[in-house]
Design a protein around this ligand. Structure first.
Ligand code: PRX
Length: 633
């Protein structure tokens, strides 16, 4: 929008070939239709899925903001993702192509995947798993992670996947909040040539949270694990028993029954468990995936995220399976053993669509174009980006070097809370590098000031969503008040959803996301809370208080800077700073490792005792500190 290089302000129009292949040629007319009769639009899309029982009402808004979708309907996402494909040719198609970091390959047809899921559903039932209970999954990126998720959903249990890069405290907190009785994990996974030790972290977490009675471990790395009698079971042992038979019915869940909980960081230290449902989520993810990535039966789709995040839930696992696509999964690091790993995967498997994050693109861009140039990337048809704003330089590199100026980039803006894409192009739309373009069908957005007045084109303001949509999170597990307060209170009068991002809308109606307005920090596209990092720091015996802020970074979008005060008499040192960084890593995970830790005598606070992170950040960046009238002496 405000680039000095005119090349980066260019508008990129779709080629004739893209338009010819596109399902939706004209965004404007379908958008208009979807807004004029939102419920009819969603009912039409819902009819593409198989329902055990049709809904009575598309949208029930009798208890705002606790919207319900397709009430009275019965559906199970697994029936749509697996069961129905067994009845036609999709049964023989590849559902998953998986490549491990060491180079081992496993493939599953829709038939084969279904078989594994049925067997594991029976294992879970034999372990006493009940409809509605929350099962925690903590795994590396192996096919069993997907099998475990699907098996939970099949029997009507609710999965809570904790990203495999998280560590002890993060896992323990999530197990405890969900009161999980069953944990599914693995001995470890491979990352940058090394075996991670997931089971060791899980053992520590189980010591801190006492709810787990059964722990099922997948053997991946072969590293030795501690196995406790009557609690720990090997996945392969259970799957080899007669109880893991191939008869298992898919549970008839209601449209509004919970499908999964996914924890995400917010402004307080405690992560929020967002609740998504079988009905609305199935409809929303499948529809967005079909229109935005124009999924065709012959497509090989690669969402290079981790299934442990919402991107993976919606667009590695559920939407592609519902749409009958072939899913590519890769276990390890993009540059292992060399920076051409991803490009060689695209060539080897003939991938048609790549969907990834700006951080990954910037990371690979740093190694130069020659790594990509030595591979045949001509199978690619579309590209995608998610998780953080993409800078126009990275957009251009992705477009030219990877997409050979043929493949439109779908820059999709959305959140854990939204379940699926909210602001996104479709392939036929003219693109402006760095803009996520326009709202997806059925959605109306606005950029408003603190009073809810729409700001002028080009001005920055709060991004709000003006309507309910089927993929929206229904609540925060065990804390509906927090759900209302966090998302719906600020614009309660208007009934708008507060996204927590600041953004601009230009004269053409294109949206430009700027960043978070709260204390959420986006590092490499991962979402972390300042308060989470601070509470990890104060759990160290030397620290009394801490403040974590985000500083801009060319590669990772943001990095974490921490300012801490120490217990009486202690003095800071470079060695202690390193120790504190490692402590945060041990408690939350490597993604939360601070880039800087500095020591101070006192933190700036308001008179009511709140740490003024804004003041700390402005000082570090050498910016105007702004209004500090609220600052304590
Ligand atoms: O700040 C926005 C940023 O990621 C936040 C949501 O994070 P999370 O719940 O972890 O979900 C990430 C994957 C969907 C948003 O509030 N964000 C996400 N996509 C984009 C983005 N910022 C700019 N452009 C995007 N395409």
């Amino acid at each position: 929008m405000s680039n000095t290089d005119p090349e980066l302000n260019k508008i990129y129009y779709p080629s004739k070939e893209v338009i010819k292949k596109a399902t939706v040629k004209d965004y404007d007319s379908l958008y208009k239709k979807s807004i004029e009769n939102r419920e009819e639009f969603w009912a039409t899309e819902a009819k593409r899925l198989d329902w055990f029982k049709k809904w009575d009402k598309v949208l029930d808004d009798s208890d705002k903001p606790f919207y319900k979708w397709f009430t009275g309907g019965q559906i199970n996402i697994i029936y749509n993702a697996l069961d129905r494909h067994q009845k036609n040719a999709t049964r023989n198609k590849l559902a998953i192509i998986w490549e491990g970091e060491p180079g081992d390959v496993r493939t599953f047809s829709y038939h084969g995947l279904n078989r594994e899921v049925v067997k594991f559903s029976n294992v879970l039932r034999a372990m006493g798993a009940k409809k509605g209970e929350v099962i925690t999954i903590y795994m590396p990126q192996v096919p069993e992670l997907v099998i475990a998720m699907l098996a939970c959903a099949k029997i009507g249990a609710v999965h809570s996947v904790v990203y495999g890069g998280y560590s002890v405290e993060a896992l323990a907190e999530r197990i405890e909040d969900a009161k999980s009785r069953i944990l599914i994990t693995a001995d470890g996974g491979f990352r940058r040539g090394k075996a991670t030790k997931l089971k060791t972290i899980a053992d520590e977490a189980m010591k801190r949270s006492a709810t787990i009675e059964v722990c099922i471990t997948v053997k991946r790395t072969g590293e030795e694990c501690y196995m406790e009698n009557d609690r720990d079971f090997w996945y392969h042992d259970l799957m080899g028993m007669p109880l893991a038979n191939t008869n298992c019915c898919t549970e008839k869940t209601n449209a509004e029954d919970p499908l999964f909980i996914l924890y995400t960081s917010g402004t307080t230290g405690k992560p929020k468990g967002l609740v998504h449902t079988h009905g609305g989520y199935s409809v929303y993810t499948a529809t967005t995936h079909r229109y935005v990535f124009d999924i065709k039966a012959e497509d090989r789709w690669w969402c290079a995220a981790d299934p442990g995040w919402i991107t993976g839930h919606s667009y590695i696992v559920y939407a592609p399976l519902i749409n009958g696509a072939t899913i590519m999964m890769y276990e390890g690091a993009p540059n292992h053993p060399y920076p051409n790993r991803w490009w060689s995967i695209i060539e080897k498997y003939g991938i048609n669509i790549l969907y990834t994050s700006p951080t990954a693109i910037r990371g690979l861009m740093r190694f130069g174009s020659s790594w990509a140039d030595r591979h045949d990337l001509s199978s690619l048809r579309l590209l995608g980006s998610v998780g953080e704003p993409i800078n126009p330089e990275a957009w251009k590199w992705y477009y030219e070097v990877i997409g050979k100026s043929r493949c439109p980039i779908m820059d999709t803006w959305w959140q854990t809370e939204t379940g699926g894409f909210m602001i996104t192009p479709i392939p036929t739309m003219p693109l402006k590098p760095g803009s996520a373009t326009k709202p997806f069908f059925g959605n109306e957005m606005a950029i408003v000031d603190d009073h809810g007045v729409e700001v002028k084109a080009g001005e920055e303001g709060n991004l709000v969503i003006k309507n309910p949509w089927p993929g929206m999170a229904r609540t925060i597990l065990g804390d509906p008040d927090r759900y209302v307060e966090k998302y719906w209170e600020k614009y309660a009068k208007q009934g708008w959803y507060l996204a927590g991002d600041s953004a601009r809308k230009d004269e053409d109606g294109y949206y430009w996301i700027i960043g978070r307005i709260d204390d959420v920090i986006k590092v490499s596209g991962y979402r972390l809370g300042s308060a989470e990092i601070e509470s990890a720091l104060v759990s160290h015996p030397m620290v009394t208080e801490a403040a974590a802020v985000a500083l801009p970074d060319d590669l990772r979008g943001n990095i974490i800077h921490c300012t801490v005060t120490l217990r009486n008499g202690a003095t800071g040192s470079p060695a202690l700073a390193e120790e504190l960084k490692t402590h945060v890593e041990k408690e939350i995970g490597p993604i939360a490792r601070p880039a800087f830790v500095e020591f101070t005598e006192a933190l700036p606070k308001t008179r009511s005792g709140k740490i003024m992170r804004r003041v700390i950040k402005a000082r570090i960046l050498g910016q105007d500190i702004g209004d500090i009238s609220g600052l304590e002496e």
